[in-house]
Design a protein around this ligand. Structure first.
Ligand SMILES: *Cc1c(COP(=O)(O)O)cnc(C)c1O
Length: 401
């Protein structure tokens, strides 16, 4: 069997060997606590300081101390939202979108249900684009925080967060964005933006798991999620995960150097994959905003079959991808993202995400284009929905075919 083809980079990425190499000394000779007043502490502290400037550079941030290290994307999202609620206790409304990652969406739903906040969940259209009119209407002096993702993890669709942040600022509302899928894939210049807080995660950019950062623009009111020691200037207590932070810093440096490759070679490979599949497979279409999305993500809906079955057969061919639907015990519901876009069930069930990385090769893409048509044909021959629909017209107007 040929080596496995990994096209699930939006779920997690392989840690770059150079990241591992940068981390190793911080487990062994530089094991110190960065707060200690001796040479071991100094070495660890130097590792932290370096990583902070590496993240600052990737974000295009004005100051290195705008970067606070956390345990990952989920913690950064939670810290940002709860901080704003604590900083503006008189405001009782939250604005978010229908397609957020669960790290944001389930927290917001909890806050609405258990804490009585009024939640504005901004809808998207069939291509995953945010309803700007609904967004404008939801903004008011009663809103404590807006949290809207930069890029969707399932479809790669980008939201105009810089514009959304300016609209929020006009009403003095703090703006947070979950940018876990964007950081390392698109060039950023946060110094020039109105974004107050931004979440990122190490394992989505070839860094280690369990480490991330929250960008907090200078001047933003902030209330820590974890209180205790004075680490991170009092914004996140707890002895720093020094090896993880050093690894995240090195991963940021490598991602910055690879941005051009991501937006040229990786983007071209993604387009090659999509065009190859669309040309060979009927009744399939690309979901999301095809004109405005991440360079590495392709989400295709194959009508009348199940994404899980596709993944199983792909896996047998050594191809790792992901389905758009979350498999909840017993019932197979399409994901909240597919439902928010109004993708019909017959197509949403067959949504399959291919997420590439700088490690993806043309030979790998061509292998997927070669094996997937046969898999789809085989599954459709077994599908009662397909047999019923065969010969009929498409049930859904594709974003592009
Ligand atoms: C992966 C992901 C997260 C969660 O990050 P963790 O570091 O795994 O907690 C949050 N938001 C988005 C958009 C993601 O893709």
């Amino acid at each position: 069997m040929e080596p496995a083809i990994y096209l699930d980079n939006n779920a997690t990425t392989r840690v770059d060997p150079e990241v591992v190499a940068a981390m190793l000394p911080f487990f062994t000779e530089h094991f110190g606590n960065a707060s200690s007043m001796h040479g071991f502490g100094t070495a660890a502290g130097a590792g932290l300081a370096r990583a902070r400037t590496q993240i600052q550079a990737l974000l295009g941030a004005a100051h290195d101390h705008e970067v606070v290290f956390t345990s990952g994307g989920s913690e950064s999202d939670t810290a940002a939202i709860l901080s704003a609620l604590a900083a503006y206790p008189e405001r009782r409304e939250i604005v978010t979108s229908a397609v957020e990652h669960p790290a944001v969406l389930s927290l917001c739903q909890y806050l609405a249900k258990q804490e009585g906040y009024r939640l504005h969940v901004i809808p998207v259209d069939e291509r995953g684009r945010l309803d700007l009119e609904a967004y404008r209407e939801a903004l008011s002096e009663r809103v404590a925080v807006v949290s809207i993702m930069w890029a969707n993890n399932e479809t790669g669709t980008l939201f105009p967060v810089e514009q959304l942040a300016e609209m929020a600022h006009a009403l003095d509302i703090p703006f947070h964005t979950d940018a876990v899928q964007v950081v390392g894939k698109l060039p950023l210049k946060l110094a020039d933006s109105a974004i107050d807080m931004l979440s990122l995660s190490g394992h989505k950019l070839h860094g280690p798991k369990g480490i991330g950062a929250l960008y907090i623009k200078r001047g933003t009111r902030f209330r820590p999620l974890i209180r205790g020691g004075h680490q991170e200037r009092g914004r996140r207590a707890g002895t720093e995960n020094v090896p993880g932070i050093v690894g995240l810093g090195r991963a940021a440096e490598l991602a910055l150097a690879g941005l051009t490759d991501e937006n040229t070679r990786v983007r071209a490979l993604r387009d090659r994959l999509e065009q190859g599949l669309l040309a060979r497979i009927d009744h399939c279409f690309v979901t999301g905003d095809v004109d405005n999305r991440l360079p590495n993500t392709a989400n295709l809906a194959f009508e009348f079959i199940e994404g899980e079955a596709i993944l199983l057969l792909l896996n047998r061919e050594g191809v790792a991808a992901s389905s758009g639907s979350a498999c909840t015990s017993g019932s197979l519901e399409p994901s909240h993202v597919m439902r928010a876009m109004g993708i019909p069930y017959t197509a949403a069930h067959g949504a399959t995400r291919f997420s590439l990385s700088r490690e993806t090769t043309e030979a790998e893409i061509d292998r997927v284009v070669a094996v997937l048509p046969g898999i789809v044909e085989r599954l459709r021959s077994l599908s009662p929905y397909w047999n019923a629909a065969e010969g009929t017209t498409k049930t859904f107007e594709p974003a592009y075919a």
